[in-house]
Design a protein around this ligand. Structure first.
Ligand code: G1P
Ligand code: ZN
Length: 538
């Protein structure tokens, strides 16, 4: 086996976004594309010589071939050891758990998360640091800089590694260890939650449906929910990970998990419905006839997390991404712990978790997690809901109603304008930005703007600064509208408009969210001129 040094030239567009590099699968499959990016990672975090790296992905099309390339490049760059999930599978939270548990030097996670997979879908790759979390901006910046000046990459000329059987083999000078993708993660969950109480709850007739959306969480959910916690076989559906996710869009929300929503709002619905995304870091929670917004889920979990044995000592703080509703802040205030508002993307939570300033964190985009790993964790959130339901005996609808009665309700919705013209979307943002200074004090749709800014964040732990993270229009404590352009899309631009309105009166907390948000929606449209600028009604 010989190490080959291949001459290459920079490829445009290899700039990591909100969560690593994402591109069309066919783009990733172009000769040199993956190789350039992997060598750029190795050069940014290197020397790789002597290191142990975790490698795994969500099983989407090109996952296996990409892993073989990465392993040969790691060996050629002198890595001592690679730890790989069987069949190349590792959910994103499990990869984080493995990186931390085995005290490795980080890992490469292959996924485009909730974006569709397949040859005509999307692919992605990101590097996670030894703490287990996504590389911070400094590292992703260095990776990007390397992609702009790369001249060669190194790869071992060797046959493929067999990833189907557990155990160790060699690839040149590097050891390759194939591990059970579930075991380390399942041990961690067992250490956090009251599995006995959840098991008893299932035994007493509690029913749930978990939709794995043909993505990576299937094997984890089967092993833990059905295998260990005694949920009846068939509780987990769409459990086999498929390269194209069965042609679906593995994003756990009411639109893409429509079947689950129909079941949960239909006759004889189970007590709890849940789903997770392509790589297993997102979650959706829905009770019988009661959908839980991710912002509410974060708040409810934070308020009740002490019921899980792993968190019985309480929490040190709560972090939420800026567009996530302010419901979590109300819980933090009630508990007397700090709350943090960070830019969108899980990488901004890492320093707060490492420093012990926050225990739980979340994003409105169906992401919740805690200091147990450094990624959001879909199944963790589901298990925490199960733990809370088992401990209290309350239904999802009752837990929500109790929470709103105690803290007030933050009606919430996000409107996405997908695949719009990039220049038009940027124009809309630029125009809003130019008017920010003049907006405070103005009244619109019966709401008064108290603050308007382009969100900037100074990390309280390491002092790093992130600017231009989205436009916030704040209407006191009453309402808020936020505008952001997506950083994960692969075609055109996506404008995200985040809307929320606070309702403290329990008698008025039962409205349909779009109706309750009508004035905020109208204000957002008027102020940004969405229809005229984007030519979209919806
Ligand atoms: C989206 C979500 C963001 C999340 C990211 C990765 O990013 O909005 O909260 O961290 O996916 O899952 P966006 O497309 O908005 O940049
Ligand atoms: Zn994901």
């Amino acid at each position: 086996m010989t190490v080959k040094t291949v001459t290459t030239t920079p490829i445009e567009g290899q700039k990591p976004g909100t969560s690593g590099l994402r591109a069309k699968t066919r783009v990733f499959m172009q000769p040199g594309y993956l190789e350039n990016f992997v060598q750029s990672i190795f050069d940014a975090v290197g020397p790789v010589a002597g290191k142990t790296l975790v490698v795994g992905g969500d099983g989407r099309f090109f996952n296996r071939r990409a892993i073989q390339t990465i392993l040969k490049m790691a060996a050629a760059n002198g890595a001592a050891r690679a730890v790989v999930g069987r069949e190349g599978l590792l959910s994103t939270p499990a990869a984080s758990a493995v990186i931390r548990h085995l005290r490795t030097d980080g890992g490469l996670i292959l996924s485009a998360s909730h974006n569709p997979g397949g040859e005509d879908g999307d692919f992605g790759l990101k590097y996670n640091i030894p703490a287990g979390g996504p590389a911070p901006e400094g590292v992703t910046g260095a990776i990007h800089a390397n992609t702009l000046k790369i001249t060669e990459y190194r790869i071992l000329e060797a046959g493929d590694v067999d990833l189907s059987a557990l155990g160790e083999s060699r690839l040149g000078g590097m050891a390759v260890e194939v591990i059970d993708p579930v075991a380390i993660y399942a041990d961690l969950m067992r250490s956090l939650f009251d599995f006995d109480a959840i098991r008893a709850h299932f035994a007493a007739g509690f029913r749930m449906r978990f939709d794995a959306m043909h993505a990576v969480t299937g094997p984890y959910a089967r092993a833990i929910l059905e295998g260990e916690l005694g949920a009846p076989a068939g509780t987990v559906i769409n459990a086999a990970p498929l390269p194209d996710f069965g042609g679906g869009h593995p994003d756990p929300n009411p639109v893409y998990a429509a079947d689950l929503m129909a079941e949960m709002f239909g006759p004889d619905a189970p007590d709890l419905g849940a789903a997770s995304d392509g790589d297993g870091d997102r979650n959706m929670i829905v009770g019988r006839g009661a959908y839980v917004t991710p912002s509410d889920s974060l708040a409810v979990l934070a308020a009740n997390i002490h019921l899980a044995p792993g968190y019985s000592g309480g929490i040190t703080g709560i972090a939420r991404s800026m567009p996530t509703s302010r419901a979590a802040d109300r819980v933090a205030a009630r508990l007397g712990v700090p709350s943090y508002e960070t830019p969108t993307g899980w990488k901004f939570f890492g320093t707060l978790l490492d420093a012990g300033r926050a225990t739980i964190c979340g994003e409105e985009s169906a992401g919740t997690g805690s200091n147990h790993v450094r990624e959001k964790d879909g199944l963790w959130a589901v298990l925490l809901w199960l733990n809370i339901m088992a401990a209290t005996g309350r239904s999802v609808a009752e837990i929500l109603a109790d929470h709103w009665a105690a803290h007030g309700r933050d009606y919430y919705s996000r409107h996405d304008y997908e695949g719009v013209d990039k220049a038009a979307a940027e124009g809309l943002m630029d125009d809003l930005r130019a008017r920010l200074a003049s907006l405070p004090g103005s009244e619109i749709e019966g709401l008064t703007i108290t603050e308007a800014d382009d969100f900037a964040y100074t990390d309280p732990v390491d002092g790093s600064v992130a600017t231009s993270q989205g436009i916030r229009l704040i209407f006191g404590d009453t309402a808020r509208a936020v505008f952001r352009l997506s950083g994960t899309g692969t075609v055109g631009a996506t404008l995200r408009v985040y809307l929320e309105r606070f309702e403290p009166d329990p008698a008025r907390q039962g409205e349909e969210p779009q109706a309750a948000l009508a004035p905020v929606i109208a204000a957002a449209h008027t102020l940004a001129g969405i229809r005229t600028r984007l030519g979209r009604e919806a």
